[in-house]
Design a protein around this ligand. Structure first.
Ligand code: ADP
Ligand code: MG
Length: 353
């Protein structure tokens, strides 16, 4: 889905892709183990370059190595990386990676799994989020004692390319409507620029319906009448919050994956970017969100058949067999879910090899 303005470097050695794997902290490492296991049984032609980043470390050499690796491979799968340095000078590594690689768009396709218990059924909403600036510009300082300033940065160029990406996405996927979410009534300059820019780009896509909604109303509408939404575009922090609301509506943090794209690189990860510290090491984390990130990555690399094989195995496990971890109200262990997915892969009629 990446907009191919310039060639995208994708590492390919003898028909196999090399991709960077950043397990991150909390449940990240165990979930990556499941991805490797499922890829092995699906015969996915992918080799992982695994890089661990110590959350307590003050020096950024591992982070720099991770970024170099992604630049070389073009593609990464990632868990959430914690930053636990005592120093406030060490900034979030997740944000640093996205900014350094200029991954200016985050896409979260929120589609319900029939048969998975949730507050709302039949949801199919796409959230497109500006992924590198806004409130995540990481420009905070204490100007005088007890007064902290935090800069929200909105640029016309980034607003424009994320808007163009969003309209192209609507067009390419045959969707109907794009809604710009904002708070331009209060943040007249910053959100005003974001909104005006999407209105301007909308004129280039007369066949696509465009409207806008204030973020507060959007949250209320999402809870009371979510089926009205099709594709939404918003700035960084609203995107984070709205993503969590919609994931909550359709089954929580353990199901959906998110994609981060720039013009050159792509990173795939669980949609709500959780660490899951409290549930780590207990064999109860839902493996589906990270496996879906793996499916997204295979599609991006052009391994559509392997992606379909895993996707179908996930759907059968969740929707037909109803093997659910505790976050979905079930009693299955993470490994029960993974084992059933592998069983379905091994029983599939059509295999890519
Ligand atoms: P924490 O910061 O305490 O580690 P997070 O913010 O990472 O928690 O996650 C938010 C909530 O979502 C937590 O209740 C966590 O247990 C839950 N969660 C996140 N990922 C998963 C998953 N893969 N399976 C089940 N629950 C999850
Ligand atoms: Mg957290």
């Amino acid at each position: 889905l990446i907009k191919k303005t310039t060639p995208i470097p994708i590492a390919l050695y003898g028909g196999r892709n090399a991709v960077t794997m950043l397990p991150g902290d909390g449940i990240g490492p165990e979930l990556m183990g499941y991805v490797r296991e499922v890829f092995k049984y699906a015969g996915a032609p992918v080799d992982f370059e695994v890089i661990d980043i110590d959350p307590k470390s003050d020096d950024n050499s591992e982070l720099e190595y991770a970024i170099t690796s992604i630049k070389r491979n073009g593609v990464a799968i990632k868990g959430n990386i914690e930053t636990k340095s005592e120093s406030t000078l060490v900034l979030s590594r997740n944000v640093a990676i996205r900014n350094e690689l200029d991954l200016y768009v985050n896409i979260l396709h929120c589609k319900s799994y029939p048969g998975v218990p949730s507050r709302q059924q039949d949801i199919d909403i796409v959230i497109i989020r500006q992924n590198t600036e806004g409130e995540y510009a990481m420009l905070e300082h204490e100007s005088v004692d007890g007064v902290v300033e935090s800069m929200k940065v909105v640029t016309q160029s980034n607003s424009e390319r994320v808007a163009r990406f969003a309209f192209d996405y609507v067009k390419r996927t045959g969707r109907k409507r794009l809604t710009t979410i904002h708070k331009a009534n209060i943040m007249k300059l910053s959100d005003g620029l974001f909104l005006d820019t999407s209105k301007k780009i909308a004129k280039e896509y007369p066949e696509i319906e465009h409207n806008d909604m204030i973020i507060d109303n959007c949250c209320m509408q999402l809870v009371s009448n979510p089926h009205q939404f099709d594709v939404m575009i918003m700035t960084n922090l609203y995107g984070s919050i709205v993503s969590n609301v919609v994931c909550g509506l359709i089954g929580g943090a353990g199901l959906l994956s998110g994609k981060n794209y720039g013009d050159h690189y792509a990173i795939f990860e669980p949609g709500t970017r959780n660490t899951g510290t409290a549930i780590a090491g207990k064999n109860i984390a839902n493996p589906i969100a990270m496996l879906n990130a793996g499916v997204d990555m295979l599609e991006h690399l052009g391994h559509q058949q392997h992606a379909n094989l895993i996707k179908r195995a996930i759907e059968k496990t969740l929707c037909e067999d109803k093997i659910h971890t505790p976050d979905l109200g079930g009693t299955a262990k993470s490994t029960d879910v993974v084992q059933r997915i592998i069983d379905h892969i091994l029983q599939a009629d059509i295999r890519p090899w």
